[in-house]
Ligand binder design. Structure first.
Ligand code: ADP
Ligand code: MG
Length: 468
């Protein structure tokens, strides 16, 4: 058993990133690394129902499994990889790489097209995991105090949700040209956007019922899982992600560690920073966000406003202010309790403060953006330049530390009053950055830092990750 639930959550990724001990200017010169996937072989998997118009492929390369997907033109694909790399500094997410030479296994690909290869983990989207009655058994194994009443209710809901999902899937399969019509998609010819009313009337009540059940499932989860979900939502907001959990309850789910423990994980960072949906910048992507939602889906309670379709220096109050999310109804169901929000913000701000100090105030995050973002020459209209993107991220981080947490002194106090949690955050971040992070408070520098950190890092390095 870990010292605390929080410890287990934040240490569940094993990644050791490239050392960023000093965010040196030489990184400016490094071209983004694009891995050659010409020797990858396709792996057939019956699990992982991918509900995406743009389904990718599971492949095997040099002893590792990847999910490879099309992620748009280079500026978009590189942003997605950057978002994943930054995200991992805060919460569990799979490692992602840019990949080329995928034309051997991706249809209509050119050898130079850039794809995203995401290292496969033992992960299930909530849309699948919550509809499996067995998930309740896993919860009971992990949390012996998981109440019998919740256990029984989870199983019952899972069975009903599974049936509903199957019925909805059949309706989509039976109406492949109709179910996705939005009625407001003005890019389509009028005859293409007229929703099939009979289908809407049949589909919507079932989809509404599914939303109610899923909401209940989230609320039945043990507090530790719900707090992890809240951290994920907050980190997603920090990087301006529009899609932390989608209408099929995908992009967030449960990862099972080798030792069997389960934690919340996020993946799919295609709508982060200045990018909206469908490889459009957020600032011109309002209509797409509104119009792409099919008429068969239940109407949203929380309407999205055009003025919120931005990625700006103004950071919404994490976890509590969800206006900048096009589909805030879904985010609400993973937001957890308001009374946990302050702690969540401090945990994230604490990581930001450690990152800032580690890079001598130059900013580890800026360094990742500089290293991975592809050619400004290829910038699409409406996308921010590298330096503006970095400035915007820095401003959002400062807003979190200063406006939402009350400034550096309060973060120092938080560290002092939360020795276990702050220690485990430092341990987690130390392993990810391959450095030995000390407490922010000088007075705490005598607090023992795990003597294992250095040796673990060396072992991982000499283990020879193929890609670093
Ligand atoms: N690294 C991974 N490990 C396990 N499953 C993955 C991984 N990456 C993606 N998947 C599965 O594939 C689905 C689609 O991937 P995602 O990145 O969300 O693509 P899309 O942009 O098409 O939604 C995910 O919801 C998840 O079920
Ligand atoms: Mg997705």
């Amino acid at each position: 058993m870990p010292i605390s639930g929080a410890t287990s959550f934040i240490t569940c990724t094993s990644r050791v990133a490239q050392p960023v001990k000093s965010a040196s200017l030489s990184n400016l010169q490094i071209a983004p690394k694009i891995l050659n996937f010409s020797h990858a072989t396709v792996v057939l998997r019956k699990s992982n129902k991918v509900t995406s118009a743009n389904a990718g492929k599971f492949v095997h390369l040099e002893g590792k499994d990847f999910y490879v997907k099309n992620a748009g033109a280079r500026p978009f694909a590189s942003r997605e990889v950057i978002a994943a790399e930054i995200y991992q500094l805060f919460a569990p997410a799979p490692e992602q790489f840019l990949a080329d030479h995928c034309h051997f296994f991706m249809e209509n690909a050119d050898s130079q097209d850039v794809y995203i290869a995401s290292k496969v983990v033992d992960y299930q989207d909530f849309g699948d995991w919550m509809t499996e009655a067995d998930s309740a058994d896993a919860l009971k194994r992990q949390y012996s105090d998981f109440p019998d009443k919740s256990f029984a209710a989870f199983k019952c809901n899972a069975n009903e949700a599974k049936e509903l999902c199957a019925e909805l899937e059949s309706l989509r399969k039976e109406n492949p040209g109709d179910w996705w019509k939005s009625g407001t998609n003005f890019f389509l010819a009028p005859e293409m956007r007229t929703p099939n009313r009979a289908l809407v009337d049949q589909y919507r009540p079932k989809a509404s019922r599914l939303d109610i059940i899923m909401k209940e499932q989230f609320s039945l989860l043990p507090e530790q899982h719900r707090k992890e979900m809240q951290v994920h939502l907050a980190v997603s907001q920090l990087i301006g992600d529009w899609d932390p959990i989608n209408a099929f309850y995908r992009n967030m789910g449960i990862v099972t560690e080798a030792a069997g423990a389960q934690h919340v994980m996020r993946l799919d960072f295609g709508s982060c920073f200045d990018v909206g949906f469908n490889y459009e910048p957020k600032e011109t992507g309002f209509q797409t966000a509104i119009n792409q939602r099919p008429a068969v889906f239940p109407e949203l309670v929380h309407a999205f406003a055009e003025k919120n379709a931005v990625f700006s220096k103004k950071l919404p109050q994490l976890v509590e202010e969800l206006d900048q999310l096009p589909y805030a109804d879904y985010a609400k169901s993973i937001a957890g309790k308001t009374e946990w929000a302050e702690s969540t913000r401090f945990q994230i701000a604490y990581r930001c403060a450690l990152l800032k100090r580690q890079a001598h105030n130059q900013n580890v995050i800026g360094d990742i953006i500089r290293r991975v973002l592809i050619d400004e020459a290829e910038l699409g209209p409406g996308l921010k330049t590298k330096e503006v993107l970095i400035e915007t991220m820095n401003a959002r981080i400062d807003a979190l530390i200063n406006e939402q947490c009350g400034g550096n002194d309060r973060i120092y106090d938080w560290e002092r009053h939360n020795p276990e949690l702050s220690y485990s955050i430092r341990e987690d971040l130390s392993s990810k950055l391959a450095v030995d992070l000390q407490p922010l408070n000088n007075a705490l520098w005598t607090h023992p830092v795990s003597p294992k950190i250095g040796s673990e890092i060396n072992q991982n390095r000499s283990g020879g990750d193929l890609f670093f």
